[in-house]
Design a protein around this ligand. Structure first.
Ligand SMILES: Nc1ccn([C@@H]2O[C@H](COP(=O)(O)OP(=O)(O)OP(=O)(O)O)[C@@H](O)[C@H]2O)c(=O)n1
Ligand SMILES: C[C@](O)(CO)[C@H](O)COP(=O)(O)O
Length: 436
C-alpha cells in the first residue's frame, strides 16, 4: 500500500457539551491555560505525520475557532466547517469537505485534549498496512450487561474482560473506506447513527478489519463536569519521555546557564573552561557553559543577555543556575531566602527573557534537589513559569520544559537530554530514577 499518502487530522468539535452544561461548547472551556480545542489543535499541529487539519465546529462558533487558529499560528488548519446535529453528521460533513484525493483520515474527538503524539505516530504507521485503525485500552473494571426489571436493574451477563476494550480516538481510515461506509449508512433508512465511526465501518464494511493501536489512560474524553478537573490534573502529570540515544543532539548547540546542576556532567564531557566544548554526554551537541566563573549570574539579567548574545543562535538553552535549599523557612536567614528567590525564580525569568531572541528549539529549566517550603515555593514558581511560557512560545515552535533533578548529575543529564530531543512542551518532569 502507498505509505506516502497525506494524513488529515479531523477535529470533531461540533457538539454543544450538554453533559458538562457550561452554557457554551465544552471544547471552548479553558483547561491548563488554554481552551480544550486548542490543546487538541496543538497536538495535531506538532505531529510530523499530519499534513492538514480540518475542524468541524458547533454552528455559530466557527469564528471563535478561526481566532484561536490565527492567534496560535496553527498553519496546518485548512478548513473550519460547521458540524452537524450529531457526531455522525459531523463526520459525514467532514468527509464531504475532504475532496476526492485518497488520503489517511484521523477522526479525533476535539474534547480529548491529552492525546499523546505517540498515538498519532502509531496510527499513521498502522495505516500503511491497514485501511482502518482504532485506538483502544483494556478495561480495568468488570463489565456486565444490565437487565431491566419492575423493581430496578439486575445483572444479566458478566462479560469476559480479557476480550473487552474501551474505544478512544483518533479513529483512522483510508478516506475511500470511511466514505464508502458512510455512503452506505446514509443510504440505509435503518441507520440511526451511532456513537463512533468504527461502528459504521464494522456494520457496513464488515470485510474491512479494524486494526487496534494501544491508547492511553491519559487520553480521556471530557464528558462530565468532573472531567474538567481530571484533565487539569492530568496536564500536570509528566508525559512519558522517550529515551534519547548517545548522538541525539549531534549537530546542535546547547547553551547552559549556570553549573549548579550540570557542572559535573560537562566536566565528564571534557570541558575546558567556558568555550565551546564537545560534550559526549550531551548527545554529541556542542555545549556552551555560561557560568558564574565567567561573570554570568542568572539573577543579573544584563550578564545573561550579553553572554547569550555573544553565543548567538542556539538550539536549546538550559537553565542550570538554581540553588537547592533545605530546611525550614522560619529559621532561614534573610540572605538565604533572597538567594533562593534570586538564583531560582528570578534567574529562571531572566534566562527565559534573555534566551528568547536566540533559542530555536527549546528551553529547559533544571530545578536542583532541595526540600522545605523555601525550595518548594521556588520550584513551584519555575513549574508555573514552564507551563505558561510553553503556551506563549508554542506558536513559534519553541518548547519549554522543566526537570526536577535528583542527586545524580548523570541521571539529570540523561533525563534532560531525553526532554531536549522529545516533542514535549509545558511538562514538569522528575528525573528518571531507574536510569532506563
Ligand atoms: N454534533 C456533534 C456532536 C459531537 N461532536 C463531537 O464529538 C466529540 C465527542 O462527543 P461528546 O463528548 O458527546 O460531545 P458533545 O456532543 O458536545 O457532548 P454532549 O453529548 O454532552 O452534548 C466531541 O468532540 C464533540 O464536539 C461533533 O463533532 N458533532
Ligand atoms: C468516539 C468515542 O469517543 C469513542 O469512545 C465515543 O463513542 C464518543 O461518544 P459520545 O457519546 O459522542 O461522547
Amino acid at each position: 500500500m502507498n505509505s506516502r499518502l497525506r494524513s488529515v487530522g479531523v477535529l470533531l468539535a461540533g457538539g454543544v457539551g450538554q453533559r458538562v452544561g457550561a452554557g457554551r461548547p465544552k471544547q471552548l472551556i479553558e483547561v491548563a491555560g488554554r481552551t480544550i480545542i486548542e490543546h487538541s489543535l496543538a497536538v495535531f499541529e506538532r505531529a510530523p505525520e499530519i499534513d492538514e487539519v480540518v475542524v468541524l465546529m458547533t454552528p455559530g462558533y466557527a469564528g471563535r475557532v478561526r481566532e484561536i487558529v490565527a492567534a496560535g499560528g496553527y498553519r496546518k488548519v485548512s478548513k473550519v466547517v460547521d458540524g452537524g446535529a450529531t457526531r455522525t453528521e459531523s463526520t459525514w460533513r467532514a468527509l464531504q469537505a475532504l475532496g476526492d484525493t485518497e488520503c489517511n483520515v484521523l477522526l479525533h474527538d476535539a474534547v480529548r485534549p491529552l492525546l499523546e503524539p505517540r498515538i498519532i505516530t502509531e496510527c499513521v504507521r498502522a495505516l500503511e498496512t491497514h485501511e482502518a485503525v482504532n485506538v483502544a485500552i483494556p478495561s480495568s473494571d468488570t463489565i456486565f450487561t444490565a437487565v431491566a426489571r419492575d423493581d430496578g436493574e439486575v445483572i444479566g451477563e458478566v462479560l469476559d474482560r480479557s476480550r473487552l476494550r474501551r474505544s478512544q480516538t483518533p479513529q483512522c481510515f483510508r478516506l475511500s473506506v470511511i466514505r464508502r461506509a458512510y455512503e452506505l449508512a446514509m443510504a440505509d433508512p435503518g441507520f440511526a447513527g451511532g456513537t463512533d465511526d468504527c461502528g459504521v465501518v464494522l456494520r457496513y464494511l464488515p470485510e474491512v478489519p479494524i486494526h487496534l493501536v494501544a491508547g492511553s489512560e491519559r487520553n480521556i474524553k471530557v464528558t462530565h463536569p468532573a472531567d474538567l478537573h481530571i484533565a487539569e490534573l492530568l496536564f500536570e502529570l509528566p508525559a512519558p519521555v522517550p529515551r534519547g540515544g548517545d548522538d541525539a543532539l549531534a549537530g546542535q548547540v546547547v547553551a547552559v546557564v549556570g553549573d549548579t546542576v550540570m557542572g559535573g556532567l560537562v566536566a565528564d564531557g571534557g570541558a575546558t573552561g567556558g568555550g565551546a566544548v564537545p560534550a559526549k554526554t550531551w548527545g554529541g551537541a556542542v555545549v556552551r557553559m555560561l557560568t558564574r566563573a565567567d561573570g554570568v549570574r542568572a539573577e543579573d539579567y544584563d550578564s545573561v543577555a550579553k553572554a547569550l548574545g555573544d553565543v548567538g543562535p542556539v538550539d536549546h538553552v538550559v537553565f542550570a543556575a538554581g540553588r537547592g535549599h533545605r530546611g525550614g523557612l522560619a529559621s532561614a536567614r534573610g540572605e538565604t531566602v533572597a538567594d533562593a528567590v534570586a538564583a531560582g525564580h528570578l534567574g529562571a525569568l531572566n534566562v527565559a527573557r534573555a534566551a528568547r531572541p536566540h533559542v530555536r528549539r527549546s528551553l529547559l529549566f533544571q530545578v536542583p534537589p532541595g526540600s522545605g517550603a523555601l525550595h518548594a515555593s521556588c520550584a513551584a514558581a519555575v513549574a508555573a513559569l514552564t507551563r505558561a511560557l510553553a503556551l506563549e512560545w508554542a506558536a513559534d515552535g519553541i518548547r519549554v520544559n522543566c526537570v526536577n533533578t535528583g542527586a545524580s548529575p548523570a541521571l539529570a543529564a540523561q533525563t534532560s537530554l531525553d526532554i531536549l530531543i522529545s516533542d514535549l512542551s509545558g511538562q514538569v518532569i522528575d528525573v528518571r530514577v531507574d536510569g532506563a
